[in-house]
Design a protein. Sequence first.
Length: 221
Amino acid sequence: MLGVAGLVGSGRTELAKCIVGAYKTQKGSVKVHGKTLKGNSIPETIHEKIAYLSEDRKDEGLVLIHSVEDNIALPNLQMFKKILLDDKAIRQVTKDYISKLRIKTSSPKAQVKTLSGGNQQKVVIAKWLCLDADIYIFDEPTRGIDVGARDEIYEIMYELIQQGASIMMISSDLVEVLKMCDRVAVMREGRMEGIFVNDADLSQERIMTYALSGGKINGKQ
């Protein structure tokens, strides 16, 4: 798992949105399994099984006035499409994920806005698990949720890794980054200052030094 650390405004989320095609880039390219993506657009990245879980689940990750099952089905409509959408299949898949992720909701038909923050985040995860993505970009996956839900989301991420998926996790919580990630990329002012193996030499202090000054102390590297 690759962690992406840096101060607010360092460009972490912008990097993720460039990868998934939400933002257009002037330079650079995105390669998946050695293949360069042609259009670098959201439909193309979904087709290539890249999932982006936004830091802003309420405005970008969910449609709050719609149901749990509507939100899970939304990026996966082709999966449920026959002549019309297969409502029965959508409902069954939703029930399966409610059970698997222990989403606390009164019904698959319940509006997502009625759920707690942790359970809303699980709905976001469920809709991308349904895609069976190869690459997951988790942007601040545990922001605004309680400790119990946080541990459950960590378990989901570990399980994805064990199943062969790749994860990039953007987080402001350096304890979380050091706990979860094998490598840590540090960003500053829109640039990648370094990518470090998460070993005994990597500390919060070292990450912050690169996030603040690019690794320079009193003008020296």
